[in-house]
Design a protein around this ligand. Structure first.
Ligand SMILES: [Zn+2]
Length: 427
């Protein structure tokens, strides 16, 4: 066990995670692999699976077949069966704890999941050219969460090797991409005593050498599905007997885009997927619409959510159908605390590999780290969401996304210095 177990091979560790991306709640192999690294580092407490989260608070959990498929894949890959067994049913993720005597409890939250995207295979895409492209078709680390896991491990190791006094916890959170894991992790008992929480993301349009100390104004969001139920009928013989769910869904979609703007601030609405019906000569008896709403504040998101529900219900009623509206997952708004962000900014300014430091910047997207941030802030603690810039050739969530690996060392350095400063400040 050396104090450079992870920090001496950050790229290698990141690439190993990059090769095997797993979607929300299916991070079986990822969790086993990160536990292996944590054992190499030698932490004082390690909580995995059901012990890492509030098990009843998971959102957007995939169906049992999907979970089984990914579980099997991890088993076949030869991961530690003892760890894997504890993740059965999609209870992925881990919380690692360092106990270093008297002092505050500082937390760091990183996310670990990948996306349903087919990774670029051309020579201009570094992971393909250098042999660490995703080995799982249709799944990709296209948002940098492979880098986040690596940074989380590196910071843990750096804090361990330092004079840090207090308790340090790293939250390896599953299912961020579906806004499904934040609440479950926020509600776990491991968050009870956290005085200061850091969360981190790479890139997001900020180039290598740039650091944002505290993101503000993330959009609160909710993923919603609406399933319309009607009555099938012969489209030629007896169309009047049918209750057409495609008609209801179509009306709902156009009405949804007509939800008025709100004077209090920005809102968003999107329908990204529709599935229903069986053939052109049959009145469709079931159609599902997948949508999402966002708002600058949690209240604005609720306004959109209510308006969404009213419109799909009205559209269903107009066509004699019924509709089940299901909020699959959601995340609130939370802003970084300037006092804690200032510690990240100070840590960043002290480094040769950082040339631009922003105290804060608007997010413009959504994140379920906000659940953890709010949990800490509501208990009078401090939280900040930092961005460590990275040159990324493709946008986030596209096949050509990649990170500049120099960012790994920058992220570990900035965050571990900020963690030490927070512990010092809180004494
Ligand atoms: Zn992300």
């Amino acid at each position: 066990m050396t104090s450079e177990h992870v920090r001496g091979r950050l790229s290698e560790v990141r690439r190993a995670f990059h090769r095997h991306p797993e979607p929300a709640w299916c991070e079986f192999r990822t969790t086993c692999r990160l536990v292996e690294e944590l054992r190499g580092i030698g932490v004082d407490e390690l909580h995995v699976g059901r012990d890492a989260i509030a098990e009843d608070e998971r959102m957007a959990v995939p169906d049992a077949d999907t979970l089984d498929r990914w579980y099997e894949r991890a088993r076949e890959a030869g991961v530690d069966p003892g760890v894997l067994e504890r993740l059965v049913g999609g209870y992925t993720g881990a919380v690692a704890v360092l106990e270093r005597g008297e002092g505050p409890t500082i937390g760091l939250r990183v996310d670990i999941d990948g996306l349903h995207i087919e990774e670029a295979a051309g020579e201009s895409h570094a992971p393909a050219a250098e042999g660490f492209r995703s080995e799982t078709d249709g799944t990709m680390h296209a948002c940098g969460h492979d880098a986040h896991v690596t940074v989380g491990l590196g910071v843990l190791e750096a804090v361990m090797a330092s004079e840090f006094a207090g308790t340090f916890k790293v939250f390896f959170q599953p299912a961020e991409e579906e806004s499904g894991g934040g609440k479950a992790m926020a509600e776990s008992e491991h968050m009870d005593d956290v005085d200061c929480l850091f969360a981190v993301h790479v890139g997001l349009g900020h180039p290598t050498g740039e650091v944002v100390a505290g993101i503000v104004e993330p959009l609160a969001m909710a993923h919603i599905t609406a399933t319309f139920h009607g009555e099938a009928a012969h489209a030629g013989n007896a169309p009047q007997e049918g209750r057409n769910t495609i008609q209801a869904a179509s009306r709902a979609v156009s009405d949804l885009y007509g939800i008025p703007r709100h004077a209090d601030g920005a809102t968003r609405m999107n329908v990204g997927r529709i599935e229903g019906g069986s053939a052109s000569n049959v009145v469709a008896d079931e159609t599902t619409v997948w949508g999402e709403v966002r708002g600058e504040t949690t209240a604005l998101m609720r306004y959109m959510q209510d308006a969404f529900t009213r419109r799909v219900e009205a559209a269903a009623a107009a066509h004699g159908c019924t509709v089940d509206v299901d909020v699959v997952s959601e995340s609130p708004r939370a802003d970084s605390d300037p006092d804690l962000a200032a510690l990240v900014a100070d840590a960043a300014r002290g480094r040769a590999d950082v040339d631009t430091v922003h105290e804060s910047a608007p997010f413009g997207a959504s994140e379920d780290a906000t659940f953890l941030m709010r949990r800490v802030q509501e208990a009078d603690g401090l939280a900040t969401y930092a961005v460590v810039g990275t040159d990324h050739p493709g946008d986030h969530h596209t096949p050509a996304f990649d990170v500049d690996e120099r960012t790994l060392d920058t992220g570990v350095g900035v965050l571990s210095d900020a963690v030490l400063a927070a512990a010092e400040d809180h004494r």
